[in-house]
Every structure is written in structure tokens, then in C-alpha cells.
Ligand binder design. Structure first.
Ligand code: MN
Length: 751
């Protein structure tokens, strides 16, 4: 990180010819010329000058000019044989983050592809892994891959990390430790996932050196002290293998090498041994021309030296999830010393070292949308390879987030990753942290700004939940939460609080009804009531009260069981919902003859399937009429409300499946249902007459009618309530009205 801000001066003096940064850039051009002799480097040079201008005056912690860093990153990308766009992005990777340059400026100067890469890199830079909790590394890795649209962003990020790791020594111990840990937990595994063995190896060894300096030194010393004998030994077996292979006619290139410090360290840890007990610090790599010769080579090795059982691994027929292919074996060498042999083809070797980068490079001379084609080709290639892979789950799940973004990765303010389904909201986030946080959630800040609780979260969002003790979840939340955890918890709380109310209402209702009928409810009847409860299948009195409160049956039905005589003398019971616990009575509750002059719209018309003693009424909000699809909802204290399935309230009511109940229209067809309709008309004389004559043709009774003139719309509105027998009759009526010339629209009112 630079310690000074960039100079914005327009006139940067031309650097002297011995400028080390300039020199380094010229070397970069030479390096690229080697593998891309025909590429035009104008844009690259422009990117170099642009970045240098804006980083002017900034320094690295090493005291060197800042610009050395982006040029070195581009060098590493050139070593990876990346394309010009990737290297432009490498040169520009810190300008948006560390200077006044904007992404728009980069887009204008260098085009869409480069801008997209730089933007992606800037976003990754903003992720802070330092405060991440344990075992979250996997989520971070997935998130990084999920966030990048262009895989070159990852390439540049890895190159950036390699250079930072190479120069880590200049930082203070605390930052050094943090960056090294991040490297070993996040970046090295990403390189591994992408099959980039070389990058992974370098990152691991650099990080290891800083994280475990003592172990690192010990291993290095052990390797060093045996260097001479190791080298001699390697030369000896190398020659032996070479001559054996030549005799069999197998062309091969043979590499003798000492294993990497970190891989030795892992072996020590895995096998709980000391460095003196590690014998196979050395490995031989045979690179040949064909798969057939890989297996032939293995035969030659096993002929010459005894293989160690259980150490033969065939990653050719079963490649690793990251597409790695090779044959591995460990054998007992000439002086009883064991060593490992890897056998693979050139192509396999290239993929083992470079991974995704090997697939990335496109053929010389391709222009235009080549980059995208490449990426798609690579993915297709990958999918093809996956067919032959036995356990591709690990690798594919990583790529899945890239290909099918169905998860969203968010953070707590302290850096914990919360993985949620796509379009999850702050409420889901709150419940994912803790149910109590969800229950008492009153608001949310996303990236420091207050947002509505229903707003969908995006990758990388930092979410802060505001809570208020005692606050309760809202029923409305059910409309937008995405996780079942949040949904269940909200339902649970709502049901519990409704149940408490139902118990209270049920108990008062029973007491009131008992008083009215002169039935004494005291200690003497306690046992009787408990018996009634158990006859209904309830183990507790509370359950009986709740059932009364929900209106599953009436107080009378209960009381008749404990005092049959007192109840029998009484005729009809008053509405259970009426004035119980101060609740307003609901119009339309089943009451035979309770409303003279109005058609009966109670249980004679609607039946609850399988239950005859339930109180049923048509919900006022939608007033369903015969023939319409209906659904019942057990209310508290008011019986069963019957709604039209089309009713907008149904959706929000039916969150509680247990209170949903099947209802049907009873057979009796003589009843009529009041329906409110609104007719929008042209404002002309005689309109009302025509409307009423349609109604009388249909033998329909008009309960009320109101006509108004709408001056601003040059029309009239007629609102009326009419009695209809069923849905069919209503439809007939409406279409007859619509045929009247001058009628613009006919609507049924639900409220
Ligand atoms: Mn950087």
C-alpha cells in the first residue's frame, strides 16, 4: 500500500533512460515478444504510462517506486503466458483502488474487457479476510470465484499475491502474518482448485516461510545438509531410469527434484514424524509422449525397484477434480532409500503446472471475441473432463457458484461469512445469525446504509442488523423471506402468540357463557372440564381453551357435557365472537334468523367437510358466492372464515396451514348472495335505466344503488349491491351489462 497519494500533475517528466521501472517494462515487452511475437503492444505501453503517471510519487514498503509492483505483476502474468488484456489489467490493477482514477476512465482509455478486470480486482481488494472466523476459508474461496465474471481477474489477483508474497519481508510482523495466513488459506487453495500447481507451490512455500519460520528453517537445513548426497543419489537413479527407458524405446525427459518445503512439512505433520525420518525428500518426474508410454514407464520402474504397496496412484484413468493427471509410485531405491516417481505426458505436465491458465491461452492470430470463446471453451472442456472424473463434486461445486449463481455471500460487520440463497433479505440474514436477532430485528444497514428489510442482498454486502428487545416478527415478513429457517421461526412466533390470545379468549368465552347459563365453574367442575378436554383428545385444559378461542367448537358444546340440564333449557346461543374479550363482532357470522330480511349465509350454505358443528361465515373481505372456489380459515374466537380462493387476503392468512380447513358449498340453492359491483359508464342520459332493466331481466334484486358523475373523466360511476344466486348468474349479469353501449367497465368489489 502506498503511503502517499498520487501526484495528479499532468506533466510527468520523461524518466531518465536508466530508470529501473522503465527498464523492467522493456524486459516485459521482450518476454511477451517471445511467446506472442505478433501482438500489438501499443495498448500495453499506454497502460504502463497511464499507471506510472497516477502512481507517481507513491512508494512500496521496500522504499522502491510503487510502479515496480504492477510491472512485476505483469511479468508474472507473462510467465504464465497470459494475454495482453490480462497484462494491461495487471499494470492497472491498483489504479482505481489507490489513485484518483475511476473505472469509467479505465473503460474509456482501455476498453470494456480491461475495465471489467480492473473493476473486479478492485472489488476483490475490498474484501477483508483478516477478521474472518475459523473454518470460513472455504466460503471466502467460493465467494471470490463467485464474484469474478472474468477468470483473468483471478489470474491477476494471484500474480499480485505472488509479488506481494515475494516482497513480504518489508512489512511489519503483524501484517506479514495476516497476509501469509490469507495466502495459505485462500489463495493457494484457489490456485490448487484451478489446477495451477506452480502458483500454488510458490504461494505455499512463501507463506509457510513466514508462518512457521522455525519449521521452515529446519526442513531447509535438512534438505541442505543432504544436498550433496541427495544430488548424487538423484543423478544415479536418473541415469538408471534413462537407460532402462531407452532400452524399451520410451522417449522421456527426466527431472530429479527435491520436494518443496511445504509439502515436506505437511508430510511430517500428517505422519507425525521428524524430518530425519523422511526418506523420500526426492522425487523423479518422467515426462513422456503418450498415455501408453506412461504405463509402460511405470512397468519399467517397478521392474527395476520394488514398489511400496499402497503408494501407486493412477490419476490418469481417474484425474483429480482439478483435472490433474499423472501416475504416482514410491519405490525402494538402490541403497534402500525410498523415492517417489511421477509419470505423465507433456500435455498432462502443462496442465499440472498451469491449470486453468493452460486452457486460457488462445491461439495466435485469433481476434475479437476470442477471449469469451476461450472461457466458454474451457468450461466445456472442463465439463467433458468431468464426465470421467469419479468425484467431481468438490471442483464443480466451486464452479457452480460461478456458472449458476444461486448463493449469495454476505458478511457480518465482524467479517463472518453468511451464505444465503439468492435474493435473501436482511431478515434471512438476521435469522441466520441467531433466532433472537431475527425475532427482534427492526431494521438493517447494508454497507453502512439503512435499507428496507425486504431488499435482496448481494455478494460481498456487509449487513448490520438493528434489534430492539421485545420486538416481535411481523406476519408481512413471510411474504419475502427466502430461507426456511426464517420462515419457520416467524411462523412459530406468530402461532405461539396467537395461541396465547386464543387461550385467553377461549377461557373468557367459556366463563361468560357459563355465567349466562348459570353453570358454576369452580373446583367442583374442574375434573369434569378436564374430562371434556380429553374427550376432544386434548391432554391439557389450555388446549381446550385454545380450541374454543379459535372457534373449533362452541362454549355451549362444552357446557352441555358438564351441565346438560342447564344448557338444554336455553335456546340459541349468542355469537361466540360477539363482544368476547372486547373483540368486535363479525358481520355475517352464522346466525340462523339473526338478520331478518337478509338471506341466510351461514352453515346452511357452506359446509366444512367432515365437521358439522363448526361455525362458518363468509369472509367480509371477498364475500364469496356460490360456485366460486373457496377455502376456510379457522379464526380465533370467530369460527371458520370462508374466503374466495382469489381473495387477496388468503395468501397472507394461509401461512398457517394448520388453520386452513376445507369447505364446500352446501346443496341448497335457494339462497342469494349480496355482491357489490361498480360500473364505469359514459355520462349520458338513460344509462341507469338500461342497467336496471338488465337486472330485472335477470330477476335480480337490487339492495342498494348509488350513481355519481365523474366530471374529470367525463363519465359516470354506478355502485350497486345486488343479490345473486351463484357465480354463473353473476357472470351472466356482468356480461349483459358490458354489452350495453356506453358501459366502459364492470368490476366486482371485494372490499
Ligand atoms: Mn497490488
Amino acid at each position: 500500500m502506498p503511503s502517499e497519494s498520487a501526484s495528479l500533475s499532468e506533466s510527468v517528466p520523461e524518466p531518465p533512460p536508466h530508470d529501473p521501472v522503465d527498464q523492467l517494462y522493456r524486459e516485459l515487452e521482450l518476454k511477451i515478444r517471445e511467446y506472442r511475437p505478433k501482438d500489438d503492444l501499443t495498448a500495453l505501453e499506454k497502460a504502463f504510462r497511464f499507471a506510472r503517471k497516477y502512481h507517481e510519487g507513491q512508494m512500496r514498503d521496500s522504499g522502491e517506486p510503487y510502479m515496480l509492483h504492477p510491472v512485476m505483476v505483469a511479468h508474472i502474468l507473462a510467465d504464465m503466458r497470459m494475454d495482453i488484456v490480462a497484462m494491461e489489467a495487471g499494470l492497472l490493477h491498483d489504479v482505481v483502488e489507490d489513485t484518483s482514477v475511476t473505472v469509467e476512465q479505465v473503460r474509456k482509455e482501455f476498453g470494456e474487457e480491461v475495465a471489467r478486470c480492473v473493476d473486479g480486482l478492485t472489488k476483490l481488494t475490498k474484501l477483508d479476510f483478516s477478521s474472518a472466523e475459523d473454518r470460513q476459508a472455504e466460503s471466502f474461496r467460493k465467494m471470490m470465484l463467485a464474484m469474478v465474471e472474468d477468470i483473468r481477474v483471478i489470474m491477476v489477483k494471484l500474480a499480485d499475491r505472488i509479488h506481494n508474497m515475494r516482497t513480504l519481508g518489508y512489512l511489519d510482523p503483524e501484517r506479514r502474518e495476516r497476509i501469509a495466513r490469507e495466502t495459505i488459506e485462500i489463495y493457494a487453495p484457489i490456485a490448487h482448485r484451478l489446477g495451477m500447481g506452480k502458483v500454488r507451490g510458490e504461494l505455499e512455500d512463501l507463506a509457510f516461510q513466514h508462518l512457521e519460520p522455525d519449521a521452515y528453517r529446519e526442513i531447509l537445513e535438512a534438505i541442505e545438509s543432504r544436498r550433496h548426497s541427495n544430488q548424487e543419489f538423484l543423478n544415479e537413479i536418473k541415469q538408471a531410469v534413462e537407460s532402462e527407458l531407452r532400452r524399451e524405446g520410451i522417449p522421456a525427459r527426466i527431472d530429479g527434484r527435491v520436494k518443496r518445503p511445504y509439502s515436506v512439512f505437511q508430510k511430517l505433520r500428517r505422519q507425525k514424524i521428524t524430518v530425519d525420518q523422511v526418506y523420500d525428500l526426492m522425487a523423479l518426474r518422467i515426462i513422456t509422449d503418450s498415455v501408453k508410454n506412461c504405463y509402460a514407464g511405470l512397468g519399467v520402474i517397478h521392474n527395476k525397484w520394488r514398489p511400496i504397496p499402497g503408494r501407486i496412484k493412477d490419476f490418469i484413468s481417474i484425474p483429480r477434480p482439478n483435472l490433474y493427471q499423472s501416475l504416482h509410485t514410491s519405490v525402494v531405491g538402490p541403497h534402500g532409500q525410498t523415492f517417489e516417481v511421477q509419470i505423465r505426458t507433456e500435455e498432462m505436465h502443462r496442465i499440472a503446472e498451469e491449470g486453468i491458465a493452460a486452457h486460457w491461452k488462445y491461439k495466435e492470430g485469433r481476434k475479437g471475441p476470442a477471449a469469451d470463446d476461450q472461457r466458454i471453451a474451457w468450461l466445456r472442456h472442463l465439463v467433458e473432463w468431468q464426465r470421467d472424473v469419479q468425484d467431481p463434486a468438490e471442483f464443480m461445486s466451486t464452479l457452480k457458484v460461478d456458472l449458476y449463481p444461486e448463493e449469495v455471500y454476505t458478511f457480518t460487520p465482524r467479517g463472518k461469512v453468511i451464505v444465503l440463497p439468492r435474493d435473501a433479505t436482511p431478515i434471512d440474514f438476521a435469522y441466520a445469525i441467531h433466532s433472537d436477532v431475527g425475532q427482534t430485528c427492526v431494521g438493517a444497514k447494508v454497507n453502512g446504509r439503512i435499507v428496507p428489510l425486504r431488499s435482496p442482498l448481494r455478494n460481498g454486502d456487509v449487513v448490520e442488523i438493528m434489534t430492539q428487545p421485545g420486538h416481535e416478527p411481523s406476519k408481512d415478513w413471510l411474504a419475502f423471506v427466502k430461507t426456511s429457517r426464517a420462515r419457520n421461526k416467524i411462523k412459530h412466533v406468530i402461532n405461539a402468540s396467537e395461541r396465547i390470545k386464543a387461550i385467553e379468549i377461549g377461557q373468557k368465552y367459556l366463563e361468560k357463557e357459563a355465567r349466562r347459563l348459570g353453570v358454576a365453574l369452580g373446583k367442583a367442575t374442574k375434573g369434569d372440564l378436564e374430562e371434556v378436554a380429553s374427550s376432544y383428545g386434548y391432554s391439557k385444559m389450555e388446549d381446550l381453551y385454545a380450541a374454543l378461542g379459535y372457534g373449533k367448537f362452541s362454549a355451549r358444546q362444552v357446557l352441555v357435557k358438564i351441565a346438560p340440564d342447564a344448557v338444554k333449557d336455553e335456546s340459541p346461543e349468542p355469537k361466540p365472537g360477539a363482544s368476547v374479550a372486547g373483540e368486535p363482532a363479525v358481520a355475517g357470522v352464522t346466525q340462523p334468523a339473526s338478520m331478518p330480511g337478509r338471506p341466510r349465509d351461514g352453515d346452511a350454505v357452506i359446509k366444512v367437510r367432515g365437521m358439522d358443528d363448526l361455525l362458518v361465515y363468509r369472509a367480509k373481505c371477498c364475500n364469496p358466492i356460490r360456485g366460486e372456489a373457496i377455502v376456510g380459515y379457522v379464526t380465533r374466537g370467530k369460527g371458520v372464515a370462508v374466503h374466495s380462493k382469489m381473495c387477496p387476503n388468503v395468501q397472507s392468512l394461509m401461512y398457517d396451514v394448520e388453520r386452513k380447513i376445507e369447505v364446500e358449498w352446501a346443496r341448497a340453492a335457494e339462497d342469494a348472495f349480496p355482491v357489490r359491483i361498480v360500473i364505469h359508464t359514459d355520462d349520458r342520459p338513460g344509462m341507469l335505466n338500461q342497467l336496471t332493466s338488465v337486472l330485472s331481466d335477470e330477476n335480480t334484486n337490487i339492495r342498494s344503488l348509488e350513481a355519481k358523475t365523474e366530471h374529470d373523466q367525463d363519465g359516470g360511476v354506478v355502485e350497486m349491491t345486488v343479490d345473486v344466486r351463484d357465480k354463473k348468474q353473476l357472470e351472466k349479469l356482468v356480461s349483459a351489462m358490458r354489452r350495453i353501449s356506453g358501459v366502459r367497465d364492470v368490476e366486482r368489489l371485494f372490499n
